[in-house]
Write a protein that binds this ligand. Sequence first.
Ligand code: PLP
Length: 299
Amino acid sequence: MLEIVPINTENIKLQQLKLGTEKAIEIDVLRLDLIHPIISGNKWYKLRFYLEDAIKNNCSEIASFGGAYSNHIVAMACACFEKKIKNVGFIRGDEIYPLSETLQSAKDFGMELHFINRLDYKNKNALIETNQKEGRYWIPEGGYGILGAKGAATMLESVHLQNYQYLVAAIGSGTMVAGLLNASLTHQKVIGISSQKNNSRLVTEISALVAPQNMGRFQFLSDYHFGGFAKHPDQLLAFMRDFWIRESIPTDIVYTSKLFYAMTDLVQKDFFKKGDRVLVIHSGGLQGNRSLPKNTLPF
Ligand SMILES: *Cc1c(COP(=O)(O)O)cnc(C)c1O
């Protein structure tokens, strides 16, 4: 059964990596994965202003989309549970039992699930039109949008931001890096590590959420996707185990494993210089590892 634990941002800590120390580079990890055992990471931040907006507009219900392992769906279910708002998830694919652990958790939090075949799922506008109801507030897939980016920027509230030359984060929809870019200071670079293979549209989608004068600070790295979105070959799993042993930090198979792999590679290739201080966002997502066979990972 579901353990109802509230989200607690006081659990967040900064953890300095051993990685980089021998080259006199300081790499601090913002451990957003610690806010909740299931709703770890950035999704809760991306949702917060959408929920505020829905409440302000007297909406009676929240709706959004996602796949069977979606961090966004389970985070939305939890956030709505905490705020006591009725919510519906439109889920890509057939209704298959047993449900994925992600969907089971969402359901346990009280989300109503609607399964949509893959073809119909592709056209979000048509899907919204067909399923529109009075008082239903739609959150874009993955929380992509201005309000999502505004929420993501608040992840940095507990950090002494001016200390860093670089901010580094994983990219899915790009909403989080958009928020980081908007919050970043003029001396900083924001590096985004793409978790997807086909990402030609991403930079455009990110720039749609970022003030133009901030885009020049963005650096997009697209060579660390390990075969594509959610692909997790043995080499990546081996890295995750190794990283856990070296740094005591658990990572997820979709985003943060690729992020920290990239960091390891960049340090090795002298991308950063002596004295640099780097802030890496651990955006969570650990619940997604429940799709792996038991005991695949030591955490
Ligand atoms: C969704 C997600 C991301 C990507 O965030 P975007 O705002 O979609 O780019 C990164 N890490 C984790 C753990 C996520 O769940």
